[in-house]
Design a protein around this ligand. Structure first.
Ligand code: SAH
Length: 354
């Protein structure tokens, strides 16, 4: 026979949950205390291969390397901004590009991760949705972004926060996302408290309810972007199917069940949703809820003809919300010189939307 038989790709190690690794150890005669040891090497000690796990018997290391891939993909680009924000473009499988970002502040290191290749939501200002969604990431591929960023840090630095605000709609991929977040949350995993992990959603009420019942109270951010359904459906097409009211109800339920106050994200688009009328309506809508508004001046996306309002108009919007009794902050812009906003680096790489 001359044709080579294609060897099926080995499974990705980080797709195994803790329980999965327990089962593997059990069926391979490896004592169960090795489970935490192995996971500690990956999530705590920043190794890049099984062979570096010194205190694991050589035979077990060799077997792991034979059966599993350590990494799902490769780093295509690594950019460092003047404000020390760093961005990685990863290729996970052929042509499947995703981005992850490291943002540094004096007291924290936040990683922004993606959950899908592309996005199916089609928000009119967003770079990730320009070409639709290609596929969901797996649990290991989601974790890999955090692990790759972790390996960029100095010995003294630690990841302190995770925001699931990269490419894709996280709640459309809960099945892969939750085991990944639970690993990051796990003691002996990365040990990040649930309050240090934030999931941002376009607002899928059913899925928000499912998340509320998951049992670990992660922070939830809802991308609202408009105070009424007509405008929201123009900006966020999926709103046609959900409507604002159902989203706010699900968000209140999220608060009741988890005790976590929901954040509403609102991208300011000059001339579209940034006027006094919208500010008034938004205040009225959220005033009596357990809400916090995070205003995000639109980050420019090359093929999209929308922009952030000028500073005074943003200020007016903030003041009107405060006046209306709503908690509000304006998101700081980080990594502007390296295309750090949602999906933009991939866009450049693929020449999407041209
Ligand atoms: N799909 C999820 C998470 C990904 S987007 C969601 O919709 O929330 C994360 C946040 O970045 C969202 O609030 C999104 O609206 C915002 N965003 C996307 N593109 C942006 C841009 N060009 N400028 C500013 N914010 C943007």
């Amino acid at each position: 026979m001359t044709e080579e038989i294609a060897r099926p790709e080995r499974p990705l190690f980080t797709d195994l949950t803790r329980k999965g690794l327990q089962d593997w150890c059990e069926s391979n005669g490896v004592p169960s205390y090795r489970v935490d040891q192995i996971r500690q090497w990956i999530f705590g000690k920043r190794v890049n291969s099984f062979s570096e796990m010194h205190d694991i018997p050589a035979k077990v290391r060799a077997q792991l390397a034979e059966e599993f891939r350590f990494w799902a993909g490769r780093i295509v680009r690594h950019l460092v901004s003047s404000d020390r924000t760093e961005k990685l473009l990863l290729e996970l499988g052929e042509g499947d590009l995703v981005e992850c970002v490291l943002m540094r502040e004096p007291d924290r290191c936040t990683v922004c991760i993606s959950t899908q290749v592309g996005c199916g939501m089609g928000c009119i200002f967003c770079a990730s949705g320009l070409d639709g969604v290609k596929r969901n990431l797996t649990t290991g591929e989601i974790l890999e972004q955090v692990l790759r960023v972790d390996r960029l840090l100095s010995l003294e630095e630690r990841i302190t926060n995770i925001v699931v605000m990269g490419m894709g709609e996280p709640l459309a991929n809960l099945r892969s996302l939750l085991p990944a977040l639970d690993t990051l949350n796990e003691k002996g995993g990365m040990g990040l408290g649930a309050r240090r992990i934030t999931i941002s959603t376009v607002g899928l009420p059913e899925k928000m309810r499912e998340l509320a019942r998951h049992g670990t109270p992660y922070n939830l951010a809802v991308s609202l972007h408009a105070p009424n359904d007509t405008l929201r459906t123009e900006i966020v097409p999926t709103n046609k199917r959900t409507g604002i009211e159902a989203i706010l109800e699900a968000a209140e339920e999220y608060f009741q069940i988890t005790g976590r106050r929901v954040t509403y994200e609102y991208v300011l688009l000059a001339g579209r949703n940034d006027g006094p009328e919208e500010a008034k309506q938004l205040a009225k809508l959220l005033r009596n809820l357990n809400a916090h508004v995070n205003l995000i001046p639109m980050n420019p996306v090359a093929p999209i003809d929308l922009a952030a309002p000028a500073e005074p108009r943003t200020k007016m919007f903030v003041e009107m919300l405060q006046h209306g009794g709503v908690n509000v902050t304006v998101r700081k812009r980080k990594g502007a010189d390296i295309d750090a906003a949602c999906g933009q680096l991939r866009l450049t790489e693929l020449s999407l939307g041209k």
